[in-house]
Structure formats: C-alpha cells, structure tokens
Design a protein around this ligand. Structure first.
Ligand SMILES: Cc1cc2nc3c(=O)[nH]c(=O)nc-3n(C[C@H](O)[C@H](O)[C@H](O)COP(=O)(O)O)c2cc1C
Length: 163
C-alpha cells in the first residue's frame, strides 16, 4: 500500500515535460470522439506500437474500446486552445473543426497537427483508474512546426528547437 498522496503523485508526474496529443476515434455510428492526452508513449519499433492511457471516466472510453482504432494527433505550439477544447466534456467537440478522415483508420485527423499516428488497437490493458490502449501504427504523417508542451500544470514551448 503506497503512502504517496495524490498531490505528491501529481507533482512528481507533472515534472516530466510531455508533448500534448488529441486522441481521436470514430464509432460504428460514425460519431467522432476525441480527448486531450499527455499519457502517450512510443512502445515498440518492431512491430510498431504505441500506447495511450485513458481515464475510465472519459466519455471517449467506450468508443475507443469498441472501434478498436484511434489516431494520435500531436499538437503544435499554437494549438493550446484546441488542447483545452478536447479536454472539455462538450457534446460535439468536432463542431467547427475541419478534420479529415485518416486514410488507414478513418479516425479524425486534426488540421495543423505536428505528427499523426493512425493505430489499430491490439491490446487494452488494466492500469488502475485508467486503461492502457496499445495501438499498432498503421499510417503516419509528419509536418513542420514546433510542439506544444505541458509541464507542471502549464503549457509551454521549446525555446531553442531547430528542426
Ligand atoms: C494537458 C492535458 C493532458 C491530459 N491527459 C490525459 C490523458 O493522458 N489521459 C486521459 O484520460 N485524460 C487526459 N486529460 C483529461 C481529458 O482530456 C479530459 O478528461 C477530457 O474531458 C476527456 O474527454 P471525454 O470525456 O470527452 O473523453 C488531459 C487533459 C489535459 C488538459
């Protein structure tokens, strides 16, 4: 039994600077879902796998489970507003968003994303109050730009990035 408090946990995890993603999917009825997520990681090169950890209370959870596909949209530094939008519980998060259907999965691809990884779900693992979605990467897109970062509860950007 851990004696670490929730605040201690949040403070130490928040010390790890993360890129910001919006994970999207589309369900059987064609409804689009998306949530902001920093708990994303590359997992394996061969086969190409990544993972995203989704809160069990997330509205998008069932759609992710049943569609068995998702797209990870890696946000660029001027997409803070988009990050907050997809972190909200609005009913139709895609109203007014000019997304496109990903070629490999049909999942929504957000305009301006720095990188996109379209994935098929190959595993869903338990992870405390989250579920870990393991995705096999089926298609990728990479664009020019700088990443949006999240660190210690605030957004930030790199100040000396060259590529
Ligand atoms: C910067 C940031 C990072 C977040 N990272 C995650 C995450 O990794 N996993 C998660 O489940 N929720 C994360 N959230 C919270 C979800 O985006 C939020 O709960 C959202 O309302 C879920 O949308 P949904 O309920 O429509 O699925 C994050 C929020 C912010 C602002």
């Amino acid at each position: 039994m851990s004696t670490i408090s929730k605040d201690e946990f949040k403070q130490v995890m928040g010390s790890f600077a993360a890129g910001v993603t919006v994970v999207t999917t589309i369900d059987e009825e064609g409804r689009k879902w998306g949530l902001t997520a920093t708990a994303f990681s590359s997992l394996s090169l061969d086969p190409p796998l990544c993972l995203v950890c989704v809160d069990k209370r997330a509205g998008s959870l069932d759609a992710l489970r049943s569609s068995r596909r998702f797209a990870v949209n890696m946000l660029c530094r001027d997409q803070e507003e988009l990050s907050n939008h997809f972190a909200s519980r609005s009913d139709d998060k895609f109203a007014g968003i000019d997304d496109q259907a990903g070629e490999a999965t049909g999942c929504p691809i957000l305009p301006g994303a720095l990188g996109v990884a379209e994935c098929e779900v190959v595993d869903i693992l338990p992870g405390g109050d989250h579920e870990i979605f393991v995705g096999q990467v089926m298609a990728t897109t990479v664009s020019e730009g700088q990443p949006l970062l999240y660190w210690r509860g605030s957004y930030g950007a790199l100040n000396n990035a060259t590529p």
